[in-house]
Design a binder for this molecule. Structure first.
Ligand code: GAR
Length: 211
């Protein structure tokens, strides 16, 4: 059984998609052991509590320095002995020590087709504002492994979503979530739990399912 920590900062619709997929058997051999937020007001914490999953908040505001927060966060996470860390709308830059310690064991969902509209400053609604400003006809979402850079790690899954002429950032964000994020994030976790994901020369190879 793969033990997962889901890190969140906001509404938690991707967390919900993971929890639903576990319930419905679309994620097999995995359990969400803990949900950790940096934001005490994150609705994602309520979603976890409703399912009886441990919901923890560690806010940087409670610490004198970023270093102290980083240490406390990593110590808390380590206490749950998880196999996989899933960033599901987690808007804190991960400390390097954590990325090193959990190398190849952290995945992130990003609301664009990387390498478009990603990197520093591209998060949440801003990603969709930028995509509309540029006038792209196709956008989407990406699940990738997390390395020391911002959205630079090996790509695991992507799904394209069409942009409609009258889209607002909010409408586009919702469509990208519904059509892409809530599908590929659970799918990625199921692949990892099944041992079907290999990292080779900085790229992901997905092993075909045995029949
Ligand atoms: C999602 O759209 C996710 O892709 C994005 O934040 C949103 C969180 O929504 N993440 C990023 O932009 C990371 N760079 P949720 O809390 O409802 O899952």
């Amino acid at each position: 059984m793969l033990r997962i920590a889901v890190l969140v900062s906001g509404g938690g619709t991707n967390l919900q998609a993971i929890l639903d997929a576990v319930d419905e058997g679309r994620i097999r051999n995995a359990e969400v052991s803990v949900v950790i937020s940096n934001n005490p007001g994150a609705y994602a914490l309520k979603r976890a509590e409703k399912k009886g999953i441990e919901a923890v908040c560690i806010s940087p505001k409670e610490y004198a320095s970023r270093e102290d927060f980083n240490e406390a966060f990593l110590a808390k996470l380590n206490g749950y002995a998880v196999d996989l860390v899933v960033l599901a709308g987690f808007l804190v830059v991960l400390p390097e020590k954590m990325v090193r310690q959990y190398a190849n064991r952290i995945i992130n969902i990003h609301p664009s087709l990387i390498p478009s509209f990603c990197g520093k400053g591209f998060y949440g609604l801003r990603v969709h504002e930028k995509a509309l400003e540029r006038g792209v006809r196709i956008t989407g979402a990406t699940v990738h492994f997390v390395d020391e850079g911002t959205d630079t790690g090996p790509i695991l899954l992507q799904k394209a979503v069409a942009v409609a002429p009258d889209d607002t950032p909010e409408i586009l964000q919702r469509r990208v979530m519904e059509e892409a994020e809530w599908k590929i994030l659970p799918e990625a976790i199921d692949l990892i739990a099944a041992g079907r994901v290999r990292l080779e020369d900085g790229r992901v190879r997905i092993i075909q399912e045995e029949r």
